[in-house]
Design a protein. Structure first.
Length: 187
């Protein structure tokens, strides 16, 4: 019985340590800081493996290193028509990103995985091709932008049509689904 209690206490401690404050996680974890360094090139990570700093499950298509161009489409949700990426998952913009540069790295990128691409992103019906673009991340990966907003998924969205990241205040900014016009979606 004591062994079970001890094992349970260790498991809870491990869970709690992984759920701590995100703001200074990279400062407390030098290895995490190195994972998102600009010196890291995308070619160091084999196709299909998780990107550095994103603590991704290898089965999560949202968080895998891309093997080709990303495709952005539109879909009807409870917020109206918004942009979606892989598996019809809603994509979001982050108000803390300034001048088209992504600021969500490390623990932030684990919760809000960037929409990554290998090549120029492609737009489906309702997507304005002239608003699609890319930006190089600090980790060397290429992130999709729309109307100069770097795009992200939300790890808590489980399926197509989920918009649980809408209006979330997290990691020093607000998160909003993106309309086909490249603006914040509204309720």
């Amino acid at each position: 019985m004591r062994k079970l209690l001890y094992a349970g206490a260790i498991a809870i401690g491990l869970l709690a340590s992984g759920c701590g404050g995100a703001a200074n996680e990279d400062a407390a974890n030098p290895a995490a800081a190195n994972e998102t360094s600009p010196e890291t090139s995308a070619s160091e990570y084999p196709s299909g493996s998780a990107s550095p700093g994103y603590s991704a499950s290898p089965t999560s298509a949202v968080q895998q290193t891309p093997t080709g161009p990303a495709r952005i489409d539109t879909a009807s949700t409870s917020l109206g028509t918004v942009l979606v990426g892989v598996e019809g998952r809603t994509v979001y913009l982050f108000t803390a990103d300034k001048n088209g540069q992504p600021t969500c790295n490390g623990a932030c990128a684990a919760a809000w995985p960037p929409v990554l691409t290998n090549g120029a992103p492609q737009g489906g019906t309702g997507v304005r091709a002239n608003l699609l673009g890319t930006v190089k991340r600090a980790d060397g990966m290429t992130q999709v932008t729309y109307n100069k907003h770097p795009l992200y998924y939300y790890a808590k969205d489980q399926k197509a049509g989920d918009v649980t990241g809408q209006d979330v205040k997290d990691f020093g900014g607000e998160w909003h689904a993106v309309t086909p016009e490249g603006k914040k979606a509204k309720h």
